[in-house]
Structure formats: C-alpha cells, structure tokens
Design a protein around this ligand. Sequence first.
Ligand SMILES: [Zn+2]
Length: 177
Amino acid sequence: MVNTLAQPPLAPELQQVWALLEAVTDPEIPVVSIRELGILRDIRSRDGELEVVITPTYSGCPAMGQIEDDVRAALQAHGLAARVVTQLAPAWTTDWMTESARTRLREYGIAPPHTLAASNVIRFATKSVAQHALPAVACPRCGSENTTETSHFGSTACKALYRCLDCMEPFDLFKPH
Ligand SMILES: [Zn+2]
C-alpha cells in the first residue's frame, strides 16, 4: 500500500497541472506520457511562477525541444504559462519508468529496458551466470527470449535493434541506462 502521508499534499492547482501534463506524450513513442517515462520530474510554484522540471532521457536528446514545446502548448491550451526547466542531474534512468510505461512499450512493439534492480540480483549470482549478465530480451510480439541484437543503434540512439529468432520479427529495445 502506498503511504500517501509520507508526502505533503499538493496544492490543488499543482495537482491540476500534473493532470494536464498527463496528456503530453513522448514525441518518439506516442503511447507513453512524459510523466510515465519519468521525464516530467516536478511541477512547482516558485516566486508565484509555475515551473515545470524535465530531465532528458540522455543529454543531447533531440526530442527535448519538442517536449518543452508540447508542455508549453498543453498549458497554454488551459490559459496557463510556465517556465520549463531542464534538469540534468541526477541523470535520467530507465528505472524512473512506470510499470504502465513498460507495458505500453511492449504493446507498441518495443521491448522495455531491464531494470537496474534486476542486474543487482545478477551481481550476486555465480560466476558462470554473471558472465551472461545481460538479462534475455523478450520479444514484445511473441514473448520468446530467443532474440539477438542486430544493431546497437535502432531508430533512435536510445534504442537498439533486435530480431526474434522464433517469430523472425525485428523490434526495438529501449536501452537500459
Ligand atoms: Zn517473437
């Protein structure tokens, strides 16, 4: 159960902004919102001005300018203005992705990244297992783990191109980092 008492309650207007920005999706993966991907870090009010904090999935990600524009447009549609702040530290990690984002990526045909938690488990495994430390990538179409990387760079730099050796379909893996 989530302990909602651990965090101070949000001001109603900030809650409303979180809800509005739920509609802003990743420009490259339109099925997931920037909130689910962990790109939307914070919404706060500073000196009476609304501030939206975003962290790029990697520095120099070409989608960030688009995301900033989309955030501003979503707010403007409701008569709101905000300063969009790009925060680079701490660096974005695939661990910030929600479970729903992982599920939607899979449904969209992109293998979700492995979690760092999973690689921590492997660290304590036997040497022979650790040598194969990268967890198998399951095909998002048929679920087979009989897959192989065909290119370390897929349609974008944050994805790798894989191929399923059972259903023979190529697919993208969202690289964990
Ligand atoms: Zn397959």
